[in-house]
Design a protein around this ligand. Structure first.
Ligand SMILES: Nc1ncnc2c1ncn2[C@@H]1O[C@H](COP(=O)(O)OP(=O)(O)O)[C@@H](O)[C@H]1O
Ligand SMILES: CC(=O)OP(=O)(O)O
Ligand SMILES: [Mg+2]
Length: 397
């Protein structure tokens, strides 16, 4: 029995789960939110207990220190040496990392150098990794990349129609993200279909604060909505998703607060999406509450969000020439019955037939009717489990 920690560091948060492996038993899990802001919140769940504390946590290094102190203080571990493996989610692996990789100093440096491909994520991922290397130097450390699952995309899907040299010399192409999640829910969906995954065509909609949609054939990614960075694709909590790049120079010329392309990209990453359109919030719960209270901007934000998801599902029905199943997962996909209903009501022409009486908060499983041409599933994702499994696999080598 060994204890393995899976760490999912986001731009302002850190989710983690500790497993007993290879049993895959969850020993504890937690979340540190609002890192870098006042009143950070740390939550730890273990057994039937839950502890929540409000602290000021300035960065990911401090977050790792607090997490490890909590594990000892709450007697989840007695000695740090009990933790023999740590797996880290890393969003961008570029063309360098095509599968999970044992971490050393060179790997950390490469992850930092790949930051332009995931500016909100890779710096935080690298900071988390460095803090763990210092505090748990003897644990097997493994980097698990969001992009790895998408390395099966055909070139026609991952290339941009730019002059060739920008691919060959600058590696400008689509990389995608959320790969562990798309892979995990596609595998679960194949089980629910009762089919060998090799014989399946599945569209996976990972819609959380960030979000992406993937066309999965035979268990492999064929196309995905995120691009060179996680700014592309569907509309998200604070990100635009796809937009005409001609807007960039136009805004720089016409808005004094935006001096250069980086300012525009920052605005499109952090101030746009649901937050930008509604002027209220990036959180779908608050958007729906405001819409229901009659707020026109929140109502439009909801409609635009749904519209972009429908368009990508439509595209991927074409890419795959049909599908066996559509899967909803992540924060919004797992929890928001109104978003699922709005998306699915517009797809009935495809023969997608849903039992909307089942579509309530907390539902997991099959939403479609037995007659539906395409099955619809709600499947909770488990990025942390995929990470822990990859740590086990790396140790076995
Ligand atoms: N009951 C709910 N209804 C609608 N949206 C929800 C609900 N619960 C969570 N969410 C959404 O899920 C988002 C977080 O999803 P998550 O997958 O954890 O995102 P990330 O990993 O990008 O931080 C929140 O921002 C919120 O919009
Ligand atoms: C890549 C990405 O957008 O991740 P998240 O949804 O966790 O922000
Ligand atoms: Mg996420």
């Amino acid at each position: 029995m060994t204890k393995t920690l899976a760490v999912n560091a986001g731009s302002s948060s850190m989710k983690w789960q500790m497993y007993e492996m290879p049993e895959e038993k969850v020993l504890a899990k937690g979340l540190i939110e609002r890192i870098g802001l006042k009143d950070s919140v740390t939550t730890v769940k273990f057994g039937d207990q839950k502890e929540e504390r409000v602290l000021d946590i300035v960065d990911h290094t401090q977050a790792v220190h607090i997490l490890l102190e909590d594990l000892k203080r709450l007697h989840i571990v007695e000695e740090f040496t009990e933790i023999t493996g740590v797996g880290h989610r890393v969003v961008a692996g570029g063309e360098i990392f095509k599968k999970s990789t044992l971490i050393n100093q060179e790997v950390v440096q490469q992850i930092e150098e790949l930051s332009p491909l995931a500016p909100l994520h890779n710096p935080a991922n690298a900071a988390g990794i460095k803090a763990f290397l210092e505090l748990l130097p003897d644990a097997t450390a493994v980097a698990v990349f969001d992009t790895a699952f998408h390395t099966t995309m055909p070139e026609k899907a991952f290339r941009y129609p730019l002059p060739k040299k920008y691919y060959t010399e600058n590696a400008v192409r689509k990389y995608g993200a959320h790969g562990t999640s798309h892979m995990f829910v596609a595998q679960e969906a194949a089980k629910m279909l009762g089919k060998d995954i090799k014989d399946t065509k599945i569209i996976t909609a990972h819609i959380g604060n960030g979000g992406s949609i993937t066309a999965v054939k035979g268990g492999e990614s064929m196309d995905t909505s995120m691009g060179f960075t996680p700014l592309a694709g569907i509309m998200m909590g604070t990100r635009t998703g796809d937009i005409d790049p001609s807007v960039f120079p136009y805004l720089i010329a016409n808005d004094d607060s935006l001096k250069d392309a980086q300012d525009v990209v920052d605005m499109m990453n952090k101030e746009s999406g649901l937050l930008g359109v509604s002027g209220l919030s990036s959180d779908m719960r608050e958007i729906i509450a405001a819409r229901d209270a009659g707020d026109a901007d929140a109502s439009l934000a909801f409609e635009m969000y749904v519209d972009r998801i429908q368009k990508f599902i439509g595209q991927y029905l074409a890419v795959l020439n049909g599908a066996d199943a559509i899967v909803f997962t992540a924060g919004v996909g797992e929890n928001s019955a109104p978003v699922r209903e709005a998306v699915l009501k517009g797809l009935s022409w495809f023969g997608i037939d849903v039992d909307f009486s089942k579509n309530v908060f907390g539902f997991e499983g099959e939403l479609s009717t037995p007659e539906s041409r395409v099955k619809v599933f709600v499947i909770p994702t488990d990025e942390e489990l995929v990470i822990a499994r990859d740590v086990e696999a790396a140790k076995a080598k």
